[in-house]
Design a binder for this molecule. Structure first.
Ligand code: GLU
Length: 278
C-alpha cells in the first residue's frame, strides 16, 4: 500500500501558522514514507469560500516549499458526486428529513431524559410519510440527518465493533453516538463536510488522514460513513494544535499570523518552518 496523505484546507480565509503546521506535518509524513502528498480544496461552503483565498493557499504552500500533484481537486466542481452519496444513504433508508428549526431541536434535546450537550438523538415521533410528502410539497425547509438508530439496525453487532487505526495510539473504537444524528445535507445544499471528505478521501486513495485534533471527535462519524458506503477506512493521525504565545489557537481572523502577511512582511519561510518545529 503506497502511503498517500492530504492537506484539505477551506479557502474561507488566509492560512495561518496552524494550517502551516498541519500541511507541514502531512507533507513530512509523506516524505518520510516515500509516499504522496495531495492538496484538496474544500470549498463546498460557496458563500464563505473565495477564489482569492484559494490562490493564497497555493502561494503560501509553494512559499513553504511544499509540492503536490496537479490537478488539484476542488470540491465545488463535484457537487453531483456528493449528491450521489446522499442518494445511496437515502436508498439504504439511513437518513431522514428533519424539518425542525434550531430552536425546536434545542427544546427537544432539553426534554430528553439523558440529553448531553446539544446532541440531537432523533425525533420523539417520526414524521409520517404523508406528512413528510405534504411538507416537502409545501416547500418547507429541512435537513437530511443520519439516523444512528437505523445505522445500528443496518449494521447489527458491527455497529458496536467499529474501529480505526490511529497512527499514534493504535486501534481505537469508533463510537459515533456522542455526535447524535448529524446533518449530512440541507434542502438547498446537497452535501456537508462529512460526505465530501469521506467521498474524496476514498476517491483519492488516501491511506493516511493526518489532521488537527480539533477534528478528532468527528472521526467516528467518518468511519461509520466509510463502513456504510463500503469505502476503505484510512489510518488516522490527529496532531496537536499550534497555539500563539498566549496559548490561544490560531484563527483565520488573526491577521498577523497569516502566512500571507508573513510573506509580505519579508519573513523567510525557513523562519516559519523553524517556528513550526519548535
Ligand atoms: N477542510 C477542513 C478544514 O479546513 C479539513 C478537513 C480534514 O482535514 O478532514 O478544517
Amino acid at each position: 500500500m503506497t502511503f498517500r496523505t492530504r492537506f484539505a484546507p477551506s479557502p474561507s480565509g488566509n492560512l495561518h501558522l496552524g494550517h502551516a503546521f498541519s500541511a507541514w506535518t502531512a507533507w513530512q509524513a509523506a516524505q518520510s514514507a516515500s509516499g504522496a502528498f495531495i492538496l484538496r480544496i474544500e470549498d463546498i461552503d460557496t458563500t464563505r469560500c473565495k477564489p482569492e483565498f484559494e490562490q493564497s493557499i497555493f502561494d503560501d504552500l509553494i512559499w513553504l516549499g511544499l509540492d503536490w500533484p496537479l490537478p488539484v481537486r476542488r470540491q465545488s466542481d463535484h457537487f453531483s458526486d456528493y449528491s450521489r452519496v446522499l442518494e445511496t444513504l437515502r436508498q439504504k433508508g439511513l437518513v431522514y428529513r428533519c424539518f425542525k428549526t434550531r430552536k425546536e431541536i434545542l427544546e427537544e434535546i432539553a426534554r430528553a431524559p439523558h440529553g448531553i450537550g446539544d446532541v440531537y438523538r432523533g425525533p420523539d415521533e417520526p414524521v409520517s410519510e404523508d406528512e413528510e410528502a405534504e411538507r416537502v410539497e409545501n416547500g418547507e425547509t429541512f435537513a437530511w440527518r443520519l439516523s444512528l438508530d437505523r445505522c445500528r439496525d443496518h449494521l447489527g453487532d458491527g455497529f458496536d465493533r467499529m474501529v480505526f487505526q490511529d497512527l499514534d495510539h493504535g486501534e481505537q473504537s469508533a463510537d459515533p453516538l456522542p455526535l447524535g444524528d448529524v446533518v449530512l445535507a440541507r434542502k438547498d445544499v446537497g452535501t456537508s463536510y462529512h460526505i465530501a471528505v469521506v467521498h474524496d478521501d476514498a476517491l483519492q486513495g488516501i491511506t493516511h488522514v493526518i489532521r488537527g485534533e480539533d477534528l478528532k471527535d468527528v472521526t467516528p462519524l467518518h468511519v461509520l460513513l466509510q463502513i456504510l458506503l463500503d469505502l476503505p477506512v484510512p489510518v488516522y493521525q490527529h496532531h496537536r494544535l499550534l497555539v500563539d504565545e498566549t496559548g490561544k489557537r490560531f484563527a483565520k481572523r488573526d491577521r498577523a499570523a497569516t502566512l500571507k502577511s508573513m510573506r509580505e512582511a519579508g519573513v523567510s519561510s525557513a523562519d516559519v518552518v523553524d517556528q513550526l518545529l519548535r
